[in-house]
Design a protein around this ligand. Structure first.
Ligand code: EPU
Length: 338
């Protein structure tokens, strides 16, 4: 199935609910349809292009003067298994949380801590989604798709994906050049539970037995209590990354701020909680027009209704400026601003 249109509204295609328009919009469910479409008209190569999943990590600041491609490939199929693992190939167009639910229902472990993360499966490897001590890169065996520059299908092993904290090759040199059509996940038949993060263990214990289902339920409860539902309030989850800084800087900050949350950030580095920094800088719950900082999680910027992409971006600039003035730490946006 394909869909093509011109001057297409993207309001329903981004979770901030920004009413930007795309000059061209193309949606496909089959890799072959994409190939036919791209070959049908050479001039696509000259157009600006973005690949859009559910639009849960994007902020449109203007109309998009180019081609938006929406891969809507369906399917969740077991492709291989051994004594300990089962490999499931999932189409880029499947909703991420429906895949997590499927895995948990099949008693396959690995994805449960990533319950309720918004977005489509095709977007998961791009920014290496993560939550509650788990990152999707640990489950990925292979990413399949189409290389626009080479004009052919291609596959990447997990190592070739260059995964890092909220990062991968798909966000860098392959950005808008490689269209992910499916992902093969390696799930555990005998999972080890990962409850070390924040209040997770406590929440799971409240449920009685510790199993994939109770972990999923606990994660859903924690997320829903802190993060706004995109159906009610436009947002794109964490707007900023948690900044990774030199340990020396952390030591200096700790002298002044005794309760500074610090996580390990690799050799000689630490990861700080951007939400904490933003709250301490006085932004939590603040609102400028219809653009605001969520009242329960300062890392999330929200659209109260009529904010434009530019309004939200301007708010994010103010926040960066004030966090930098107060803590001398620069915040980097996690959301893709276009
Ligand atoms: N904090 C505050 N004020 C706030 C928010 C957080 O003081 O307004 C403090 C918390 O008390 C805690 C620390 O900051 O001490 C960390 O907060 P939390 O555990 O809520 O997680 P986070 O660092 O804010 C990250 C991810 C989330 C993910 C959670 C849970 C990033 C950028 N964000 O948030 O991911 O769900 O951990 O694992 O890494 C997303 O990417 O869209 C997202 C929601």
């Amino acid at each position: 199935m394909i869909r093509f249109s011109e001057n297409h509204s993207l309001k329903a295609h981004n979770t901030f609910g920004i009413d930007a328009k795309a000059k061209y919009y193309f949606e496909f469910t089959d890799l072959e349809d994409l190939e036919v479409f791209l070959k049908s008209n050479k001039s696509w190569k000259e157009e600006k292009l973005i690949v859009l999943g559910e639009g849960s990590n994007i902020l449109f600041m203007n109309d998009f003067d180019g081609l938006v491609i929406h891969p809507n490939v369906p399917g969740m199929n077991s492709v291989w298994e051994d004594r300990n693992h089962e490999w499931i190939e999932v189409g880029a167009g499947e909703v991420w949380d429906e895949f997590v639910e499927f895995a948990v229902n099949q008693s396959l472990g690995g994805a449960e801590n990533l319950s309720l993360i918004p977005g489509k499966v095709g977007a998961a490897p791009v920014q290496n989604i993560g939550a509650y001590g788990q990152e999707v890169c640990r489950l990925i065996e292979k990413v399949k798709g189409f290389d626009l520059e080479k004009g052919c299908a291609a596959e990447f092993s997990a190592t070739e994906c260059g995964f890092a904290y909220r990062n991968s090759v798909f966000k860098n040199y392959l950005k808008n050049r490689f269209i992910i059509t499916s992902v093969i996940f390696r799930l555990d038949k005998f999972p080890e539970f990962n409850l070390g993060y924040g209040q997770l263990e406590e929440k799971v214990k409240e449920k009685g037995e510790t199993n994939l289902q109770s972990i999923r339920e606990a994660v859903i409860e924690i997320r829903s209590s802190k993060l706004p539902d995109v159906k009610e309030l436009g947002n794109a989850g964490s707007f900023f990354k948690n900044p990774v800084v030199d340990n020396e800087i952390v030591e200096q900050l700790k002298e002044k701020y005794k309760d500074l949350p610090v996580y390990s950030g690799g050799e000689g580095k630490s990861k700080l909680a951007a939400g904490w920094l933003i709250e301490q800088a006085g932004w939590k719950g603040k609102r400028i027009g219809d653009a605001g900082v969520h009242e329960k999680q300062a890392l999330v910027l929200v659209n109260y209704g009529k904010a434009t992409g530019k309004d939200i971006y301007a708010l994010s600039e103010e926040i960066c400026k004030s966090v930098s003035e107060k803590f001398r730490v620069s915040l980097e946006r996690e959301v893709n601003c276009i």
